[in-house]
Design a protein around this ligand. Structure first.
Ligand code: FNR
Length: 343
């Protein structure tokens, strides 16, 4: 049952990637061009430090899959690409592992193929502290992601219908996994508001990943999985990553940007809006399904090269320096800022 769902998610997410329009809200963010801002490439560094962690690059492969034979093979390909390029990587939700240990390899392949990489385990907000520890142990994980997916669960025929325990449980997990395991709470493509991020910070969560609207749409995926698209009106729900980043400018914890990231310029836009690093799921899934690990290695290598090139042109020595660039906000994103009282 879970294995089938995991295969469905990959199938529908890949299908969605083929039909994504070119435009999303990252296009409503542009840079003021300063012709003399450029620095020397040799002075630019991709290293990013946040939440007590240091990543070699400000780009990561965000949570997707595991739990079936097919998704185990995909995780293997993603792990090879992570190993060869040095990007951090997350598994998909490990609930399939808690239900049946026989699928452990489909997740632990992230570590076996990538022994020295930065690997993140992924669980839901209902998981017990004991399960959170098992997930971390299986992967020798460097961090633990907890996903919030209330809209997905609502549209999912077999989804959860009770959500009030999530907050208290996140607090227990953040406390129970201990100080050596940073807890990152993420959405799955609907975004995190500043109120949510502030609540997460109070719960002891180390980092928030906004995972906004504009790329993979899990309302649409779950509608596709239903006999009828009963909740079609929820497709497109939520806030985009740029909107979330602008909303959370004064957040007490570091914020990561993901959801709808299409190219190196989106990575740089995310960093300029204050993200400590930028994650990609659907776009990298499509690459690995079409061309295997070698295609993803080429794509990530190119992106990292171009992110550093753009930092050089914009005068940013570090990813954090990008947040000092002059950025213009247009269109609906500008209206969102006005409505939320953001200057
Ligand atoms: C996901 N995502 C996800 N997130 C999570 O925390 N746990 C999970 O199990 C999954 N599963 C999953 C499967 C597939 C096939 C995809 C494409 C994505 C959500 C993912 O981490 C991310 O938040 C969203 O996909 C938005 O980013 P993109 O796809 O627009 O880059």
């Amino acid at each position: 049952m879970i294995a089938e769902r995991k295969d469905d998610h990959v199938r529908f997410a890949a299908e969605q990637q083929r039909h994504l329009g070119g435009y999303n809200q990252f296009d409503e963010v542009s840079f003021v061009h300063h012709a003399l801002a450029g620095i020397d490439r040799s002075d630019a560094s991709l290293v990013t430090r946040f939440g007590g962690m240091e990543w070699k690059v400000p780009l990561y492969i965000n949570a997707m899959t595991g739990g079936s034979t097919r998704t185990g093979a995909i995780n293997r390909d993603l792990a090879i690409a992570a190993r060869e390029t040095g990007v951090p990587i997350a598994t998909g939700s490990m609930s399939a592992y808690f239900a049946d240990e026989a699928v452990a390899d489909t997740f632990s392949v992230l570590r076996s193929e990538n022994p020295d990489g930065f690997v993140m385990a992924n669980i839901n907000a209902n998981a017990s502290v004991e399960k959170a520890r098992r997930a971390v142990d299986l992967l020798r994980a460097d961090a633990l992601q907890i996903h919030l997916n209330v809209i997905q669960e609502t549209v999912m025929p077999e989804g959860d219908r009770s959500f009030s325990s999530w907050g208290p449980q996140i607090e227990k997990i953040a406390d129970g996994v201990g100080p050596d395991v940073p807890v990152i709470v993420k959405e799955v493509g609907f975004g995190l508001s500043r109120e949510t991020i502030s609540a997460l910070s109070d719960m002891g969560v180390r980092v928030a990943d906004v995972a906004g609207r504009g790329g993979t749409d899990f309302a649409r995926i779950e509608n596709d999985r239903r006999k009828h698209a009963d909740y079609a009106y929820l497709n497109g729900w939520g806030q985009s990553a740029p909107a979330c980043l602008l909303d959370s400018q004064h957040a007490a914890i570091p914020v990561l940007a993901s959801g709808g990231v299409r190219n190196p310029l989106d990575v740089v836009r995310g960093l300029a809006l204050g993200a400590a690093a930028v994650g990609v799921s659907g776009g990298f899934l499509r690459t690995v399904l079409d061309g295997g690990p070698s295609a993803l290695i080429t794509q990530i290598t190119t992106w990292l090269d171009q992110v550093e090139a753009l930092m050089t042109a914009l005068g940013a020595r570090t990813p954090a320096d990008l947040s000092r660039c002059d950025v213009l906000v247009h269109g609906d994103l500008r209206a969102f800022c006005a409505d939320r009282g953001i200057d």
